[in-house]
Design a protein around this ligand. Sequence first.
Ligand SMILES: NC(=O)c1ccc[n+]([C@@H]2O[C@H](COP(=O)([O-])OP(=O)(O)OC[C@H]3O[C@@H](n4cnc5c(N)ncnc54)[C@H](O)[C@@H]3O)[C@@H](O)[C@H]2O)c1
Length: 273
Amino acid sequence: MSETWTYTDGDYPLPRPTDAAAMHTVAGKVVIVTGSGRGIGRGMAVHLAKGGARVVVAEWKDDLLASTVAEIEALGAECLGVPTNIMERADIDVMVGRTIERFGRVDGLINNAQTFRPLADIATVTEHDVDVFYRSGVKGTLWAMQAVHPHMAEQQWGRIVNFASSMGITGGAGFAAYNASKEAIRALTRTAAREWAMDGIVVNAIAPAAATHKGAGAQQSEGYRQFIENCPMRRQGDPEWDMGPLAWFLCSDACRYLTGHTFMADGGAFMWA
Ligand SMILES: NC(=O)c1ccc[n+]([C@@H]2O[C@H](COP(=O)([O-])OP(=O)(O)OC[C@H]3O[C@@H](n4cnc5c(N)ncnc54)[C@H](O)[C@@H]3O)[C@@H](O)[C@H]2O)c1
């Protein structure tokens, strides 16, 4: 789609939905969630499946992949597991190829996977650290967006959700390479939002704060104490019930006039940022 729309009263350029409730559903949508073996990825995948989406679980750890697939299948929902290392471009192409082979379409892509490295500050961060964050975060997100784009553009409908971080936005000390990769992902998000808007594709990012595998030990840390102190809701988010609904909205027809934005799913902790 390339022409510019003009709005005149009574001649609205986009067909208006006739059913308000139907806008808010993900039923039948085919959504790929990378890194959905555990954590926020698992929470969103399960939540979307409960809403009737057909979820593709893309994950590099076999045991984690199997557990999320089993959990979704136990709900009676349709799901496809594809072993995927998001750092390998060939794996990404297989992930999208198998999705098309199985479902004939792809409606949503959630670029959640990120491979982590130990904390390192600017003075000591290594090239290997930078490479791992960039290959899994920036390049993984970019190649996956490229792989789904022709399919979404052809159907004039697509939803892409990338993963950023409040650490990148605020410049959290000790997170040098991570912060750089997360801010690069936000730049890709805005660029794709601009380039693909007329293809019917909206592209947004989530900067989450959610309790994941880091476990009880993490709750003794200074970072956790500071977060809770700054969070009006005094708690971390739940992967399924706090992150899931946002992913649901961003993958639905209801998200039709929002693109290129970062949604802070953090209980208000970083509203100042
Ligand atoms: N948890 C938070 O509070 C928080 C805060 C800011 C940003 N984030 C972002 O949210 C996303 C999810 O974070 P999380 O806390 O759930 O992480 P997590 O470590 O709990 O889960 C990450 C998942 O991705 C998978 N994964 C890692 N590398 C992969 C690769 N190369 N290929 C395929 N799968 C891979 C892991 O096996 C795991 O299942 C990440 O992008 C993270 O940077 C999380």
